[in-house]
Structure formats: structure tokens, C-alpha cells
Ligand binder design. Structure first.
Ligand code: HEM
Length: 285
């Protein structure tokens, strides 16, 4: 605050806090919040669709003698009475009663993969789950397209997302800083941020969208090669589910990082565009 004018002066070098800089364009901010909403509905409606057949497979073969499942959720009667829910991951069977395979109460048991509080709608309704899923899937595709075009033309893609040689060199030091919970606040993203976001934009989003498309019968007619690229419908479904798990993991780490780096400053930048940098770090380096 200036003593004479009463106005805030964020450029004073003696301040321990640096100035506010305009970090996130309107395109970055609007697209970010639209895909957050889309991913919320996609996740929970996707789990509703999964529940219609709560087993994932790899490969094209099938048969009574042949087990190519990699994940499965089901309920079984306990010898002592009542039911238990089991999740089998790569042959390892885990008792997940109350959450996966078997949930609800004794008076109102539910035999379903994911419990009602993890699906949209909460009750069993594949048709509505599919309508919700496809609606938000197309909005997600549209908003990612808008993000890609805007980021290409405004330089965000080149400046902040595509990692460069210098970012790879800076990676060990950057990882060490993060491990010590020391976060620097520069105008540009650090090496770990660039790599994490590039991984999401160039690998996870394309994988989840293309495997989703490859499971559509309409697309199988239009682009029959797509399903072959992913090793058939069942493998595509497993890759789609795995990409979802990666997004959930990314989301958890992302939120932890936002909280550790200073949630008010981080959220302000993603809502208004303005970000408070460390003194002398107003440029993108
Ligand atoms: C599944 C949900 C989410 C995904 C996939 C996601 C993904 C991303 C991506 C890819 C960026 C970089 C965007 C760009 O530079 O163009 C970003 C930035 C950011 N996100 Fe999210 N986000 C999610 C949810 C959230 C939520 C719920 C919050 C707030 C609590 C949040 C807060 C931020 C902030 C503050 C940034 C600024 C960039 C930074 O300083 O690293 N995100 N997010």
C-alpha cells in the first residue's frame, strides 16, 4: 500500500511478496473449469456403465475354460451367512465388502460393482448413465479442441505445456524442491508441472477419448481400424478404465499441490488470471 496515495503498489522491490502478474488467459481458465465439470459427470456415470458388467478383460479370446479378466467385482454368500463383496485384481482376491461387489445394509443389500454413492444415477440405471456419459464426453471433446486451438495461437502450448530440453535438465532439482515441500512461484510453470500437464493433454486425454470412441458401434463401422489399434473392444475398455484411474490419481496429486503451493493464490490465478509471483520472477522462466 502506498503511504501517499493509499493505492496498492505491487511493484515495490522491498516487499517480501512479489507482484501480481497475469498468468492464466481466459481460454485456459474457462476451458479448465468446463472440463472439471465434465470429468465429474463422466467419472460417476462411467462407474454406472461399468456396473452393468463389473469385469475387465485383456485380449480377444473368451470361453468357459479361459480367464482373461484383469479386474472383477462380485458378491458371494458367506458360509456363516450373509454376503461378502470381492474384488479380484490380476488374480489377487481382496475382500471389499461394503464398498465394491457388495454394499448397502443387511436389510437392503446391494449386489453391484461400485456402490450407489459412486455412481450417477445412484440407483441402477444403465440407460441414464449412458446418456449422461455421452453428453459430457462430447462437451469434453469440444472444450479440449477449443483449448488446443486457443493455446496454439496464444502461445500457451509452446510456452507452458510442451516440455523443452531445459525443463528435462531442471527436472531432478525441481523434484528435489517438491520433495522438500518448497514451491517457487514463477510466472511460467516449472518442469514437473509442464511434464504432468503434457502427460494429461497428450497421452491421457487422447487415450481416454480414442478408446471411448473405439467402443462405439457407429465408430466401428466408420473407422474399423480404431478398435484394432487398441487390441479389440475388451482391451479398449480396460485401457479406458485405466486412463480414468490415472486421471483420478492426477486429480488427487493436483489438489494436494494446489493446497501446498498456496490455495488462495493458485485458485485466484485459475479464476481471475492473476497470480502472485516470488519477487523478481515476473517473467516466464
Ligand atoms: C479432474 C479434474 C481436473 C483436471 C483434469 C485438471 C487439470 C489441470 C490442467 C491440465 C491444468 C493446466 C491447464 C493449462 O495450463 O492449460 C490445470 C491447472 C490448474 N488447476 Fe486443475 N484440474 C482439475 C481439477 C482442479 C480443481 C478441482 C482445482 C481447484 C481446487 C484445480 C486447480 C487448478 C489450478 C489452480 C491450476 C493452475 C495451474 C498451476 O498453478 O499449476 N484443478 N488443471
Amino acid at each position: 500500500m502506498s503511504a501517499t496515495t493509499g493505492e496498492r503498489d505491487d511493484t515495490q522491490p522491498h516487499r517480501t511478496k512479489g507482484p501480481l502478474v497475469y498468468r492464466q488467459s481466459i481460454w485456459t481458465r474457462v476451458t479448465h473449469w468446463v472440463w472439471v465439470i465434465c470429468l465429474f459427470f463422466l467419472l460417476f456415470s462411467g462407474l454406472q456403465i461399468f456396473n452393468a458388467h463389473p469385469t475387465l478383460y485383456i485380449g480377444q479370446e473368451s470361453g468357459f475354460e479361459y480367464d482373461n479378466s484383469v479386474l472383477s467385482m462380485h458378491a458371494e454368500r458367506r458360509p456363516e451367512g450373509g454376503y461378502a463383496g470381492y474384488t479380484t485384481v490380476l488374480g489377487n482376491r481382496i475382500d471389499t465388502s461394503g464398498v465394491f461387489g457388495y454394499s448397502g445394509t443387511e436389510a437392503n443389500p446391494e449386489f453391484r460393482g461400485f456402490p450407489s454413492w459412486l455412481t450417477i444415477p445412484s440407483y441402477r440405471d444403465l440407460a441414464t448413465g449412458r446418456v449422461v456419459h455421452f453428453f459430457f464426453a462430447w462437451i469434453l471433446v469440444g472444450v479440449l479442441f477449443v483449448w488446443a486451438v486457443a493455446s496454439f495461437f496464444n502461445g500457451h502450448l509452446r510456452r507452458d505445456i510442451v516440455p523443452k530440453g531445459a525443463d528435462l535438465k531442471a527436472l531432478p532439482a525441481d523434484a528435489a524442491e517438491h520433495a522438500r515441500f518448497r514451491f517457487r512461484h514463477h510466472k511460467g510453470y516449472n518442469a514437473l508441472q509442464k511434464l504432468a500437464y503434457a502427460f494429461i493433454f497428450f497421452i491421457v486425454f487422447p487415450a481416454i477419448i480414442l478408446t471411448g470412441l473405439s467402443m462405439s458401434p457407429g465408430m466401428n463401422t466408420a473407422w474399423p481400424w480404431l478398435i484394432e489399434v487398441f487390441g479389440g473392444r475388451q482391451t479398449a475398455r480396460t485401457i479406458h478404465f485405466t486412463a480414468m484411474l490415472v486421471l483420478v490419481l492426477f486429480f488427487i496429486v493436483h489438489i494436494v499441490m494446489v493446497v501446498l503451493a498456496g490455495p488462495i493464490n493458485e485458485l485466484r490465478s485459475m479464476i481471475t488470471g492473476w497470480y502472485r509471483v516470488d519477487p523478481g520472477k515476473e517473467d516466464r522462466s
